[in-house]
Ligand binder design. Structure first.
Ligand SMILES: CC(=O)N[C@H]1[C@@H](OP(=O)(O)OP(=O)(O)OC[C@H]2O[C@@H](n3ccc(=O)[nH]c3=O)[C@H](O)[C@@H]2O)O[C@H](CO)[C@@H](O)[C@@H]1O
Ligand SMILES: C=C(OP(=O)(O)O)C(=O)O
Length: 420
């Protein structure tokens, strides 16, 4: 078991480079299932979720390997199974991305309920409903979901909510369907657009990805190619918040500022200085940040994945900030742990009221989900004394060697392996 031990109170300084987005890499790796030929995906983050996705592809029969630093090569021509292993599905939500591609290529797929961060119910009803509209027959028995379709056909789908995962899954399935599919009220997240770019580079015909209407003209085959993943906006945002929280100055290279409008604006509202130049973002903070209110929303709104890290920043702000979590119904699990460090936060359903305190104190705390874990790291960097963060495997799902990245910026953080 690993823990992260942090000696707080040290401002972080210097330059760091951001790597490719987990949330783009995972659906893109799943989409390689539909490609005839070899794909090389570049700037893939070396994360636990990526390793699980590679394991799933391998168990389905694909040839998958790291072909260089951050490069994954996939040849899916040898896939011989359409059953996604239940134990691996349990390990991450993104395993659901195999549904669309396997169904589209083989006319059948068997999955089970995906695991992943427990931040709400996270049903998959939009995915299943959309697949039915594309012509799939779905049988649910003993916890397994079997989808079959002799041929998927184009249709018009309107999502009840702009779900990122459902937009991506349905877009992938529609890529090899007969005819034209439109997805209305589609998610506009940059990772949806990145997946569409990957598919288009393979020969798919997709218009409007990144807007709320996506139109896909089905094609019969996709060809192999090389593709570089979009930079991770959530990791970028986390580093920006950490810089502000420690009253440091950090320059992030290789970022995509246009994907971070809401977070840049909110940080500026707190009085933190954010300078943007092409793909470089510099964050500098000299005085305690002012409290601000925000509500999470689908892109281009404030990302739910940065709600917890931003809350950590507000715990030591001047004044009171009100946070409304509108995307997931149970995404405040980090609050009790922040309170153990001295934060003053009151939660009522989907709203958290954060009263700034003058100091936090180090404590032993436990991460129970990925971004909640990142929030504990931000709090630990600001706290007096030593914090030990447990549940590090959650953080490792989304941040590549986070202790190394923060150490190079001067943070006093180490990973400690505890023999059980
Ligand atoms: C791998 C990946 O890209 N993960 C991201 C993706 O998750 P994910 O794709 O799971 O998130 P969704 O956008 O689908 O979820 C948004 C909301 O829709 C609900 N919903 C979703 C699908 C469905 O079939 N039925 C349903 O009710 C969810 O419970 C949630 O309340 O988008 C989330 C919202 O930006 C992010 O927090 C995750 O980091
Ligand atoms: C919730 C997240 O991931 P997932 O959808 O893979 O659980 C996340 O990246 O914050």
């Amino acid at each position: 078991m690993d823990i992260l031990r942090i000696q707080g109170g040290v401002p972080i300084h210097g330059e760091t480079r951001v790597y490719g987005a987990k949330n783009a890499a995972l659906p893109i790796l799943a989409a390689t299932v539909m490609v005839a030929g070899t794909c090389v995906i570049e700037d893939v983050p070396e994360l636990e979720d990526v390793r699980v996705m590679m394991q799933i592809l391998e168990q389905l029969g694909a040839r998958v390997r790291w072909s260089g630093p951050g490069a994954v090569e996939v040849d899916a021509s040898s896939i011989g199974s359409t059953n996604v292993p239940a134990d691996l599905m349990q390990r991450m939500r993104s395993s659901i991305f195999l549904m669309g591609p396997l169904l589209a290529r083989f006319g059948e797929v068997t999955i089970s309920k995906p695991g992943g961060c427990v931040i709400g119910q996270r049903p998959i009803d939009y995915h299943l409903h959309g697949m039915r509209q594309l012509g799939a027959k779905i049988d649910e028995q003993h916890g397994y979901i079997k989808c079959t379709a002799r041929r998927l056909h184009g249709t018009s789908i309107t999502l009840d909510f702009p779900s990122v995962g459902a937009t991506e899954n349905l877009m992938m399935a529609a890529t090899l369907a007969d005819g034209v599919t439109t997805i209305e009220n589609a998610a506009r997240e940059p990772e949806v657009e990145d997946l569409a770019q990957f598919l288009m580079a393979a020969g798919a015909s997709i218009e409007g990805a990144g807007s709320d209407t996506v139109t896909i003209r089905g094609c019969s085959t996709l060809h192999g190619h090389s593709y570089c993943i979009v930079p991770d906006r959530i990791v970028t945002g986390t580093l920006m918040v950490a810089a502000a929280a420690t009253r440091g100055e950090v320059t992030i290279l290789g970022a995509r500022p246009s994907h971070l409008g809401a977070i840049i604006q909110k940080l500026r509202d707190t009085g933190v200085r954010v300078d943007v130049q092409r793909d470089i973002i510099t964050v500098k903070c000299e005085a305690p940040p002012r409290a601000v209110d925000f509500r999470t929303a689908p892109f281009p709104g404030f990302p739910t994945d940065l709600q917890a890290p931003f809350m950590a920043l507000l715990t030591k702000s001047t004044g009171t900030g009100v946070i409304h979590e509108s995307v997931f119904e149970a995404r405040f699990k980090h609050v009790d742990e922040l309170k153990r460090m001295g934060a003053d936060v009151a939660v009522d359903m989907r709203t958290a009221v954060v009263r700034g305190v003058s100091s936090l104190s180090g404590a032993r705390v436990t991460a129970s989900d990925l971004r909640g874990g990142a929030a504990l790291l931000v709090a630990a960097l600001m706290a007096d004394g030593t914090t030990e963060v447990d549940g590090v495997h959650h953080i490792d799902r989304g941040y590549q060697s986070i202790e190394q990245q923060l150490s190079t910026l001067g943070a006093r953080i180490e990973r400690v392996v505890i023999e059980s």
